[in-house]
Ligand binder design. Sequence first.
Ligand code: COS
Length: 381
Amino acid sequence: MDFNFSPQQRLIRKLAREFAEKEVEPIAADVDKTGKFPRETFEKMVKAGFTGVCTPVEYGGSGGSDIEKVILVSEIARKCAATAGILSIHTIFASVILKFGTEEQKKKYLPKVGKGGCLGAFALTEPNAGSDAGNARTTAIFDPKTNEYVLNGTKCFISGGSQADYLLIFALTQPEKKLKGLSCIIVEKGMKGFSVGRVEDKMGIHGSETAELIFEGCRVPKENLVGKEGKGFNIAMTALDGARIGVAAQALGIAQGAIDLSVKYMHERVQFGKPIAALQGLQWYIADMATKTEAAKWLVYYAAFLDANNMPHTKEAAMAKLNASENARFVTNLALQIHGGYGYMKDYPLERMYRDAKITEIYEGTSEIHKVVISRAVLGR
Ligand code: COS
């Protein structure tokens, strides 16, 4: 067994930490306040090679794996969960194209979502297909006269959907087959018949825009089909296994950031004539926060290790996300408590982190869905 990062991974962690301190932390409160997508920061992440983290060098990426993705996402989430979420979700597009795309699709799209500065998104959810993702109703009917798919329907709660240049849309090419008729199709920003609807007003992760996508007779060339027709659900589930590791990394970073702030505050804040770090009640809080976060970290890295080595990781990704997201809520709650009244004020980052942590228990699969996935694997059902 080897729990050490390679020298390369240590370097990436150092770079990511410096980037988060210099480029992300100073604007995190503003991103939260305005809810504006941090385009400039995204462009800086492009320049730093973060956006193509898992894409091979020959396709314009940085040649890393899920382990490097976890390092980047968790370090950035330490300072701003919204920015980390943007990066994490963006990487799903490339991972799907890499695993299921044609050589032409890889050559066309991977350099663009790597060093090219384009943003990718993943659109599965619909008003009546959330946890029951197989109930999607958006259709993509093939028109043999023009060799195009014609998309009709609405996607909702799509992270980055309003900003994305390229979107993976899951739609029924054979509606009568339901889940088995679902396919994955690339839609490009600006395609006729595709528009962005409502941009949601959320509790947290404000800079990571969440949008409704509307398809009204949107014509997409046949070559934009990813994988085989009817295999869309399997593609979506495979993609979500990786995406869940990204959310787990985001949750891990939020928890680590809340611990950092709590330690600093406990040494500085004096009550009853001594720093509050001397109070045993709060020492026990910190002990619990640190222990649970350390445990969460290794489950996240284990899932990433399996993914990076092409080993089955559905159960482990679900466990990592379930555990890390519950931990992020637990830790931000105690961190806010340690900060007392100051923690509740918008002048301090704790109330933002507390709000941001909540989404990690919901998106890319709720905690309850992860328990379904885990229990099925454990019970062999
Ligand atoms: N990887 C690859 N394929 C998978 C898979 C995985 N992790 N999980 C399931 N599949 C495949 C199955 O093998 C099956 O394929 P075949 O029919 O070819 O054998 C198919 O998908 C259907 O699987 P299953 O019967 O398990 O589907 P269910 O409808 O019972 O759904 C859950 C399973 C609940 C786990 C799934 O719907 C889910 O993850 N829901 C949450 C969706 C979600 O996370 N949404 C968040 C937002 S995404 S924008």
